[in-house]
Design a protein around this ligand. Sequence first.
Ligand code: ZN
Ligand code: ZN
Length: 324
Amino acid sequence: MPQIRYDNITGVSHIQWDVSFPIKCPICNNEFNSIFSISKQSINRSNFLRIKKDDIEGWDVLVGEHPQPLVDDKYTGEWNDWPYKSEPAKGKHYSVFIGKEHRPFHELSKDQVYETLYAIQETYKKLSDLNRIIYIAVIMLSAYGTDMEGHPHFEVIGLPFVPKTINEEMNKFMKSFEEKNSCPICEVIKAEESGSKLIYSNENWLAYYPWSPSRINEIRITSTAHYKPITKLTQKELQDLAFILLTVSKTLYNITKSDYAIVFHLLPPKRTVTYFHNYIQIFTVNNIVESLLNGFGIYIGNSDIESKKIISGFKSVLKEMVGL
Ligand SMILES: [Zn+2]
Ligand SMILES: [Zn+2]
């Protein structure tokens, strides 16, 4: 049964996700149980988004449970505390599928990305209401949808813990407020009015290259206003974000020709503190393990199999060297 393990040394959490990728595309194989869909309606020339429960044909974005969830309330197991802290990988894992075709994220339309952001917002609200969920991870693991045979999608994952990366960032923001009475991201926004790291800005969002990058090929996108919970973003803000996400992703792809991840750094849903400034991070990746590890400090895989391989490999080396 999938388990969450916590490392007392690095703070990284490890979720045993024993899945062989790619997973057969659940959309194209008609194996997806959706919970709702988003479609665009055109009435009197003004477009608005509609949420529908069951729509087999007319959907633009489809949301439902991941076919092999990273966390799930069905998973059972033991809770252990010290020194090998672990618990069953309980939670809720939704996937947000974009369009009916297999194409990379940066080739989607602005409307598709807008509808996706709206679906993410709705899914996020749904998960926020669940008591046991402590953090909601919003992430696109692969711009090429490599984990699902190429179907573009986001993950919205309700976790029973706050991931390492978010925890560390919350502490950093808190410290800045305590010591300097200022927000580090608001300072970037001020500095980049006349700085050299600004990529693009519109009324609501700003994309920039970090002063001191933390990932390979990292770009950050942040709201111009300090406190912007994802659940409160307006239609206009989502539309502007769709445009900036798409143009920045295309740029990163044109320059690197590499796959990339999109990670939302958000405050835990039940925290009402206002010192945190949400942002979105885009960086290049080689595989989806890197996406979750570099995005949130969550290591996925089966470490029991991996450790066995290393230990038996070592025995062979030892035999060769000392003839044991
Ligand atoms: Zn597909
Ligand atoms: Zn701020």
